[in-house]
Design a protein around this ligand. Structure first.
Ligand code: DX5
Ligand code: ZN
Length: 222
């Protein structure tokens, strides 16, 4: 796989919107549609008000396909579950700054395991909360919905944070990706890209479409 930089547009369909009765085929459908990464939303029913799936699902997908796995942990204790997600075959693991853990230590452990490290922040969390960690990450995830459920409307007011993250990166000579997640369509991807985001997570507008290739292309070219 060709390594992606923040100068590349990366399309990451979110499995949350896939048909769970055939995840292997759904993953192949995403790959054939031109997806760069597969975004896996892990929810514990505590950090967010929903429960999705855990490391067994990540491992099943890892064993059936070789797409880059972008694992988004919406869980209260990412530090506790980290070894299981590493062993399951995650390529990039994103943890929330709001979760109950030593953020710097968790990020360091992710990198030590040979994975890329991502840090996420919720819409209500200010950019200043992630600043101390920006030299320790490969990706910053700016949530564009309150996490927990797919199919919510894009929060355009989060674009200020995306611009701040892009300006900070330039000023400090860093190279993290900026990912947006929630309500991404071709239309909102254009808005997010203009603000400085390059990784587009999209559930309903990719897996939810019959012609997923056209959907992925539309988001890529927006
Ligand atoms: C939200 C999840 C998202 C979600 C996006 O809690 O983190 O990844 O699946 O879904 P859409 O694209 O439908 O808004
Ligand atoms: Zn997500």
């Amino acid at each position: 796989m060709i390594a992606k930089t923040y100068l590349d547009r990366v399309i990451a369909p979110s499995l949350l919107a896939a048909d769970f009765s055939k995840v292997g085929e759904e993953t192949s459908r995403a790959i054939n549609a031109g997806a760069d990464w597969l975004h896996l939303d892990v929810m514990d029913g505590h950090f967010v008000d929903n429960i999705s799936f855990g490391p067994a699902m990540v491992q099943t997908i890892h064993e059936s396909n070789d797409i880059f796995l972008d694992v988004h942990l919406m869980i209260s204790r990412p530090d506790h579950y980290l070894p299981r997600f590493i062993a399951a075959g995650s390529d990039l693991i994103t943890v929330h700054v709001e979760a109950d853990h030593d953020v710097a230590e968790t990020l360091e452990r992710i990198r030590e395991a040979g994975c890329q490290a991502g840090l996420a922040l919720n819409p209500a969390t200010p950019f200043s909360d992630v600043v101390p960690f920006l030299d320790k990450i490969d990706l910053l995830l700016c949530m564009t919905v309150v996490p927990g459920f797919g199919g919510q409307p894009f929060m355009e007011d989060q674009m200020e944070k995306v611009s701040e993250a892009a300006a900070y990166r330039k000023e400090h000579n860093l190279n993290y990706h900026i990912e947006v997640d929630g309500g991404i369509s071709a239309e909102t991807a254009a808005i997010a890209a203009k603000a400085g985001a390059n990784v587009m997570v999209a559930g309903s507008t990719t897996f939810g479409k019959k012609d997923m290739a056209a959907a992925v292309t539309a988001i890529r070219e927006a």
